[in-house]
Design a protein. Structure first.
Length: 318
């Protein structure tokens, strides 16, 4: 009799790795450090799981995920929302690290999410740079908000800090551009993306760092991955409004701002937006549709290695 396939869930925290298996429901715990990860890999090799699933936890999962990938063990890093929705559907409302690990193992067995290759070291470094840039922007906004209520001498210190942060932001942008220009592949993709009216260095960099699937997936898959694909909400005779949700929030936020610019400066997107508004579409829905159209065209550009104008002239949109 063949042994059952083993699926593993790992709840990753700053200090520990809580591990559970399906269908045996065995549990283990290791430290989330180099020694603990080595012990976990030894354990995984012994039980030979079909798939290891863990949540995206802001980077805490990356060391273990990288070690698993190097060891030839399939790993899928999934959206935490998927895990919580699955837990609720199974009536598991309690939440501890051990319970979460078991839920992930059961989720892996039931849904079999597709393992995706990890970002290489350069892509991860670009993500770190982009994340730090976002943090600096948030600090500048927070300090400017404080400035309105501050009195001297605090007012002067806040102004000095804003000047420092703005210089730091400029330095980060310059470093980011040098980093991209240092890679021939990224340089080509960056040039193609920025040939699009309304697309600047921030959206281009965000797509390179946060959406490596661009140019690989088809139009429906890339829209769903980012979270700009309308999803049905129907039940029986009820036909609900189609809505968008989920996806990669960082990409969607930057794409939204670029699309606002494109509705004014990009003739194709502007025409599309105006046509939707004239047809009675709500402005928010029209902007979302424009985000999807812009993303799909850029996906085609990267897939076929063509500039914006050439892509439109040849209608190479898939």
């Amino acid at each position: 009799m063949n042994s059952p396939e083993i699926y593993v869930g790992v709840d990753v925290s700053k200090d520990t790795l809580d591990i559970a298996t399906h269908p045996r429901q065995q549990s283990k715990s290791f430290r989330n450090d180099d020694a603990g990860i080595t012990q976990a890999i030894t354990y995984f090799k012994r039980i030979a799981p079909v798939l290891v699933v863990m949540e995206a936890t802001g980077g805490l999962e990356m060391s273990l995920a990288a070690a698993l990938s190097v060891s030839g063990i399939f790993v899928a890093v999934v959206n935490p929302r998927q895990i919580r929705d699955y837990a609720k559907s199974m009536g598991k409302l309690a939440k501890t690290d051990a319970i979460d690990a078991q839920v992930m193992a059961d989720f892996a067995a039931a849904n079999k999410p597709e393992p995706r290759p990890l970002a290489d070291s350069q892509t991860q470094e670009l993500r770190d740079i982009l994340s730090r840039r976002s943090q600096i922007q948030e600090m500048i906004t927070a300090e400017k908000n404080r400035l309105y209520r501050a009195r001297r001498p605090v007012n002067d210190r806040i102004k000095a800090h804003i000047i420092f942060l703005e210089q730091e932001l400029d330095d980060m942008d310059a470093h980011m551009r040098r980093f991209i220009q240092g890679s021939p592949i990224w340089r080509e993709k960056d040039n193609l993306l920025q040939s699009t009216p309304g697309v600047g260095p921030i959206l281009s960099t965000t797509l390179l760092a946060e959406l490596p699937e661009l140019g690989i997936l088809n139009r429906k898959q890339i829209a769903a991955l980012v979270g700009v694909a309308p999803l049905n909400r129907d039940s029986g005779k009820l036909r609900g409004r189609r809505t968008v949700w989920g996806g990669r929030a960082k990409v969607r936020a930057v794409l939204y701002m670029a699309t606002l610019v494109a509705t004014r400066r990009n003739a194709v997107i502007q025409c599309f937006y105006q046509r939707l508004i004239a047809a009675g579409k709500a402005k928010k829905a029209a902007i979302t549709a424009c985000m999807r159209k812009l993303l799909i065209i850029m996906n085609s550009m990267i897939k076929h290695h063509t500039s914006w104008q050439y892509t439109l002239n040849q209608a190479v949109i898939s």
